[in-house]
Ligand binder design. Structure first.
Ligand code: KG4
Ligand code: ZN
Length: 335
């Protein structure tokens, strides 16, 4: 049997993306049209604007993905699409396009969970990677430790009780006067500072795989306000470095504890915050010390993209997990 061609679509937040994969792991194209400049002046994603931009972008992005892959639409064997979690209006654009394409081509439609997609970006980045492993998923909307037993069985070990890690990065950046999205800005600034301010690290007790970042966020805001009241000039780089160190230490600590408790020896990193250089460096260091195999995706596969959705969709379809044409967007979809 020839390797299946999957057309994948992602539109859950502020990136319109389409990709073509041959088999489960070969990327023929992965086109990403970002709306970041559009939302920047509002300091965050405006859902209604995001939906409208997706509508304008979706067909050109799909056309470009097909032409870059050198594949005709009629050659596509299956269509995978993110149906949640995400912004409902944004998700609906991708889901509607995918349904129309799958229906008109007469091929299977595969609804994909965005968070699972982030984890599967690692299969694209590392051909030798195979389950079982523990995944640390850190994005703008989610922070979770997931046990991946095989390609289609996942168990949530723990997630955030309040803010996601990326959300905390974005909020702290905002009060420091940095543009959206704040994560990459804090990352850059942190490299110039020292982690000298002692910000809290939440829920560090053994065996707890939940996260909480709202206390840390408040501590940073309080510190900034009190410095301003005292008329001090803000040591922005030190604040960024101290905040990042606090987030990173909690993530690293819990991730390796989860790997050890699961009796596994592989950790994979996933989601937009995986692009953080401080996090990657600390995980790499700790992995070497503990003799744990550590995987993380290339930067372009860390943040939202359709290739990761195609990879997840491929393995779902192999297990017969396909959707029907009643597929709907599920904004609060869990793992
Ligand atoms: O996975 P993603 O692209 O979208 C969601 O599914 O949420 O993640 C976006 C998040 C944003 O909060 C952004 O600030 C954060 O990832 N991010 C980073 C970095 N690059 C992106 N956070 C910290 N350091 C970075 N280098
Ligand atoms: Zn994402």
């Amino acid at each position: 049997e020839k390797e299946k061609l999957t057309l994948a679509i992602e539109s859950s937040c502020d990136e319109t993306s389409a990709a073509v994969l041959r088999g489960g792991r070969e990327i023929l194209s992965n086109i990403i049209s970002t709306q970041i400049p559009v939302h920047q002046r509002f300091g965050g994603v405006v859902p209604e604007i995001a939906s409208r931009k997706h509508i304008v972008n979706i067909m050109p992005v799909i056309d470009e993905a097909l032409s870059e892959a050198g594949v005709k639409l009629q050659e596509i064997d299956q269509v995978a699409v993110t149906y949640g979690p995400g912004l409902v209006g944004a998700l609906l654009v991708g889901v509607s396009a995918a349904k129309a394409l799958a229906f008109s081509l007469g091929v299977p439609l595969i609804g994909v969970n965005h968070l699972e997609g982030h984890i599967f970006a690692n299969f694209l980045a590392s051909p030798e990677l195979a389950p079982p492993f523990v995944a640390l998923v850190v994005s703008g909307g989610h922070t979770a430790l997931v046990r991946v037993d095989d390609y289609n069985h996942f168990r949530m070990l723990g997630q955030t009780r309040d803010d996601a890690a990326g959300e905390a990065f974005d909020k702290v950046a905002r009060v420091l006067g940095l543009p959206y999205p704040g994560g990459p800005q804090i990352d850059k600034l942190a490299a110039e500072g020292r982690p000298v301010i002692d910000f809290p690290r939440a829920l560090e007790e053994k065996g707890n795989y939940e996260f909480s970042f709202s206390g840390l966020k408040s501590a940073v805001l309080n510190y900034i306000n009190s410095e301003r009241m005292k008329g001090h000039e803000l040591a922005k780089a030190d604040i960024a470095a101290s905040f990042q160190a606090s987030v990173v230490e909690v993530l690293v600590h819990k991730a390796f504890e989860a790997v050890a408790a699961a009796g596994l020896s592989t950790l994979v990193l996933a989601g937009g915050v995986a692009a953080n250089s401080g996090l990657e460096a600390r995980l790499r260091e700790e992995a070497a010390r503990r003799r744990v195999q550590f995987y993380f995706p290339d930067r372009i596969l860390c943040t939202d993209n359709a290739a990761m959705i195609g990879c997840r969709g491929y393995y779902q379809a192999q297990a017969g997990e396909v959707s029907d044409l009643y597929l709907n967007a599920v904004p609060g979809l869990g793992l």
